[in-house]
Design a protein around this ligand. Structure first.
Ligand code: 7TS
Length: 407
């Protein structure tokens, strides 16, 4: 299949903006667009099967429950979890990480215990740990990022030498695009006696991920960045760890039994799924997994590799543009850049007038921007439906920025 075929699967990519400029969507790191099959699966669910799950014995309740649980099985296979009960539905990556920090953290960490994070984390893998630190007195350390946007391996080794209890880091940076050596880092963490949590928000949508081969304990990601809907995310956790954890939220579905004054928690995965969940969204995510699987994650990864190589080469041609992060061979399809003397919001605004959607700001990674001593960057990010011609349009837009501000 060519990229052109992928584009045709996404109705939104046919629309025009302002009012008749074709849309060039280069903001998939924020959220991806949705293929027709995902939209249809959710529509079909509401039109034919809508019912609450795990409760009713009627036909619709059984159909809805089966579809919801089938999606869990698909997601388990997609990341090669050993068991589908290791797949917990959450709202998003953020909630998945909060679940671990809240439940595992409060049960197993005490004052003085060390949690190792990195300087390239999204706020969602920083703030839950900072909240925990305020409440429990755990210590925090952050692995340094080098000038070329990689995690410093010597600094990581020195942090592990302090025998942390948890090491939590991103699989791929949403700003630098850096793909971290997860298997190697997880093995070293395990040797030091730490459990690992990996933020896979930017990885699962874009490359093959096998949680068993990576050897991680927890792995979090969001449906909306991988062609699925908003409101659904996943926490993968090794069964042994999930079993030992207390519930995160209490209410319906997460209990086996309640008496006045006490409760018995349900089995996995339901122990962590309190209340009526995002049923249509889980089914939509299952459809997204089907869609991506048919294409093949290796095909998607290769396509994006070609795009990022091309994008970096072309961006570096533009006088005044500085791209952050490692060389193209060490990164995924994300290019964050500054433009000499022009605020990233002005860059984004000029591009937007040409129908080109990029994001400008700190991308929820303020400490990383502080590290590089910049308040913000503009960021173009790619997915399976993007093509080189769109990068050419981005570059033309940047020459207009140059003309507007530098002449
Ligand atoms: N982790 C990483 C690496 C991310 O890129 C994001 C979202 C999250 C966690 C949080 O995901 P959520 O679904 O829970 O919100 N990143 C971005 C971004 O780069 N622009 O908008 C959202």
């Amino acid at each position: 299949m060519t990229p052109r075929n992928f584009r045709e699967d996404f109705p939104i990519l046919k629309r025009e903006v302002h009012p008749s400029v074709p849309l060039v969507y280069l903001d998939s790191a924020a959220t991806s667009q949705k293929p027709e099959t995902v939209l249809a699966a959710m529509d079909e669910y509401y039109r034919r099967n809508n019912a609450n799950i795990h409760r009713g014995v009627h036909v619709l309740a059984e159909e809805a429950t089966r579809a919801y649980e089938d999606a869990r099985e698909k997601i388990a296979r997609f990341i090669n979890a050993e068991k589908s009960r290791e797949i917990i539905y959450t709202r998003n990556t953020t909630e998945a990480i909060n679940l671990v920090a809240y439940s595992w953290g409060r049960a197993f960490l005490k004052k003085g215990d060390l949690v190792v994070l990195t300087e390239m984390e999204h706020h969602s893998n920083l703030v839950p740990w900072y909240i925990l630190a305020e409440q429990t007195g755990i210590e925090l350390a952050h692995v340094a990022v080098t000038g070329d946007g990689l995690l410093d391996p010597d600094d990581y080794a020195s942090k592990l030498a302090r025998f942390p209890k948890v090491v939590a880091f991103t699989h791929m940076s949403n700003v630098l695009g850096t793909i971290n050596p997860v298997a190697e880092m997880a093995a070293a963490a395990r040797k030091a006696g730490a459990i690992t949590l990996v933020d896979g928000a930017q990885a699962v949508p874009h490359m093959p991920v096998d949680v068993q081969a990576l050897g991680v304990d927890f792995y979090a990601f969001s449906g909306h960045k991988m062609c699925g809907p908003t409101g659904i995310g996943i926490l993968y956790g090794r069964e042994e760890l999930l079993k030992a954890m207390p519930p995160f939220l209490g209410g319906g579905d997460m209990i086996k039994r309640v008496e006045l004054g006490r409760f018995v928690a349900n089995e996995l995965p339901y122990k962590f799924e309190a209340g009526t969940p995002a049923i249509a969204e889980a089914i939509g995510l299952g459809a997204a997994v089907d869609y991506l699987s048919v294409i093949g994650m290796d095909v998607i990864h290769e396509h994006e590799k070609a795009l990022i190589h091309y994008a970096i080469d072309r961006l570096e041609e533009v006088p005044g543009v500085k791209v952050f992060g490692p060389s193209a061979d060490k990164k995924g399809g994300v290019a964050a850049f500054t433009f000499d003397g022009v605020h990233p919001h002005d860059v984004a605004e000029i591009l937007d007038r040409r129908g080109i959607a990029v994001r400008a700001g700190h991308h929820c990674a303020m400490p990383l921007h502080q590290k590089f001593d910049i308040p913000a960057t503009a960021r173009a990010s790619f997915y399976l439906y993007n093509e080189k011609a769109e990068i050419d349009l981005l570059i033309e837009g940047l020459y207009e920025v140059k003309k507007t501000f530098h002449s």
